[in-house]
Design a protein around this ligand. Structure first.
Ligand code: FES
Length: 161
């Protein structure tokens, strides 16, 4: 289930421009449209999904299927920054559990993931991020950090996260 809309007027205007550019383009453009629309507020609300469906002329169920399938799309509010800690086997064996614990402690969220009480940062426990050779590996938004040690977490999640 997708949460309700909370867009400001400038965000609505930005979304309208995006939808106008993609109008009538079809399902082949669904992914780039979703990425651009999500960049407006960090997540995709129910009304935005409906408007994307109409603009691209793709079934609404297809919009939701894509959002549910890809872990980088969100249908609920998330923090302004996203910390993704990989816990697939190579990272797990290299100590990702300690990294997760350190992140959760620093952010005051559950070790299963969650958003800090000030809405600033969301911690996600993530499947492989494609950098297994740098395990344990995490990303803070688009910034990659490999061979991370728990002692680094306060600095990594300090002012920048
Ligand atoms: S298993 Fe962690 S990045 Fe691939």
């Amino acid at each position: 289930m997708t949460a309700a809309r909370t867009l400001t007027s400038p965000q609505m205007a930005a979304l309208r421009q995006i939808l106008q550019r993609y109008r009538g383009q079809g399902g082949a453009y669904l992914l780039p449209c979703l990425h651009e629309a999500q960049a407006v507020t960090g997540w995709l609300d129910a009304d935005t999904c409906t408007e994307i469906s109409r603009a691209l002329n793709v079934p609404l169920v297809q919009v939701h299927e894509v959002i549910e399938f890809y872990t980088l799309f969100y249908n609920e509010p998330v923090g302004r920054r996203i910390v993704r800690v990989c816990d697939d086997p190579p990272c797990f064996l290299a100590g990702s559990s300690e990294i997760v614990r350190a992140c959760a402690r620093q952010l005051g969220v559950d070790e299963k993931g969650g958003t800090s009480s000030d809405g600033r940062v969301t911690l996600e426990i993530h499947p492989c991020l494609g950098r297994c050779e740098q395990a344990p590996f995490l990303m803070i938004d688009d910034d990659a950090h490999g061979h991370v040690q728990p002692a680094q977490i306060p600095d990594l999640l300090g002012e920048g996260a």
